[in-house]
Design a protein around this ligand. Structure first.
Ligand code: PXG
Length: 438
């Protein structure tokens, strides 16, 4: 295939000059595979970017989008509606953790996070508790790239150019403790006590009555698959309850089956007050995200304003876009009809065995896994953080396997339709790439 002219496109989160010298171009996809511009089949070990949970090119989703494009291309979401928006919300809520009864639609994970943070702040205000203005995130957290998400996020690289984001933010420590938990299978045993610092350090410092919300990813995805220690999230929930603080789970990655259960909230048995999702909501096919909220939060807004008033002055031109709603309804149908969350749980033991077989390969420092996600952390080369990881990623790509790399951690998060032979090939190629990388 002729290479397109690449000058005009400023690529996101990409080493532009390096990429344009040796591009990796995907031109089509089906099931577990991409086809690249050279016609090679590439096994998708990353579900695109943690989003294509039902596999590529699923007919019910493709056809729903095609049909919808010809029926209603766009409808304004403010003071107007269209039936699919209500149907998508109803279906999403029916599938949501019990107790989350309202869905607010947005177009990405980043927008879901901004929306949830604003909802939390406004919720306290409409209840007459306007002193709750502070937001607590976590080190190594990723909550998208908008200003609120960067502020509560804890990825140093993403914050570096933006030293001034939101005031009134503090951070919990992250729970990754390789010294104690290396090569754990599933939730690590040690570290629940790290949740205590919310009470002992942060609330003591700030005074609990000033805190609006705590936001965490149940599993920290982008910074290398960091799982919650046993009991950690439960403890966060208890402390938030004790002090009237909202707990927000960012399930942009963990939603829709990734951990071998529908939601991380259900996997760990902890119900947040607000939940953000995106990615798998439409199987990656049309941009869409959502914030799920407890009914008491929605009700507080409804009770705070006269009937003709807009209760929450927030939303996007493309909130509940008809194509996105059609894609979401079809996607949730595929998850249900194919029992994909259950399937993820069934494939998890084989996946776990295959990834832990990499223990003992050169430079492998830790392996972490749950459901159909795994992180393989390599020792960084002295003075060259991230380089070894990137080389392993590129070797896998050359061998027809796509994984994710973040620093020196390789992340594997395949579509939930994966078969045992795909799992075997994926980790065989990854293992070889690790062995061949000095
Ligand atoms: N929250 C979480 C937990 C995420 O993982 C976002 C919010 C932002 O979503 P949008 O749709 O605005 O990108 C994400 C996104 C990686 C990687 O390399 C992960 C994400 C995005 C880009 C790269 O792991 N997750």
């Amino acid at each position: 295939m002729n290479r397109p002219n690449m000058d005009a496109y400023w690529m996101p989160f990409t080493a532009n000059r390096q990429f344009k010298r040796a591009p990796r171009l995907l031109v089509s996809a089906d099931g577990m595979y991409y086809t690249d511009a050279d016609g090679r089949q590439v096994l998708d070990g990353a579900a695109g970017l943690w989003c294509v949970n039902a596999g590529h090119n699923r007919r019910p989703i493709v056809e729903a989008i095609q049909r919808q494009a010809g029926a209603l291309d766009y409808a304004p979401p403010f003071q107007m509606g269209h039936p699919l928006a209500f149907e998508a919300a109803e279906q999403l809520v029916a599938m949501a953790p019990n107790g989350l009864t309202q869905a607010f639609f947005v177009n990405s994970g980043s927008e879901a996070v901004e929306t949830a943070l604003k909802m939390a702040l406004a919720y306290h205000r409409v209840r007459g508790d306007a002193a709750r203005v502070k937001l607590i995130g976590r080190e190594r957290g990723y909550h998208g790239v908008n200003f609120g998400g960067v502020a509560v996020g804890g990825m140093a690289g993403n914050r570096k150019h933006f030293p001034v984001t939101l005031p009134m933010v503090d951070h919990l420590r992250h729970p990754l403790d390789i010294a104690k938990n290396a090569f754990s299978r599933g939730e690590p045993a040690h570290g629940a006590e790290l949740a205590e610092e919310l009470e002992s350090r942060i609330l003591t410092l700030h005074d609990p009555s000033t805190i609006a919300a705590v936001i965490v990813e149940p599993m920290q995805g982008s910074t290398g698959v960091i799982l919650p220690p046993k009991g950690y999230l439960q403890r966060l929930r208890q402390i938030c309850d004790k002090y009237g603080i909202l707990l927000i789970f960012d399930e942009v990655i963990t939603g829709f089956g990734r951990l071998g259960a529908d939601w991380a909230s259900n996997k760990f048995g902890v119900l947040p007050d607000l939940l953000t999702c995106a990615k798998g909501l439409t199987n990656g096919s049309v941009p869409m995200g959502a914030v799920l909220a407890r009914s008491a939060i929605y009700q507080a807004f409804m009770d705070s304003a006269p009937e003709q008033a807009i209760e929450f002055p927030h939303g996007y031109t493309y909130s509940a876009h008809p194509l996105a709603c059609a894609a979401a309804i079809a996607t949730l149908g595929v998850y249900r009809d194919d029992g994909l969350f259950q399937r993820a749980a069934e494939m998890a033991p084989h996946f776990e065995m295959a990834v832990h077989a990499l223990q003992g390969k050169p430079h492998v420092k830790d392996i972490r896994n749950l459901g159909l996600v795994a992180g393989i952390e390599l020792e960084a080369r002295p003075g060259e953080p991230g380089k070894r990881g990137m080389e392993v990623f590129l070797k896998c790509w050359e061998q027809g396997v796509m994984v994710r790399v973040t620093g020196d951690t390789l992340a594997v998060s395949p579509p939930l339709i994966i078969e045992a032979e795909h799992i075997d090939r994926l980790f065989a190629v990854l293992g070889q790439a690790i062995e061949q990388t000095p």
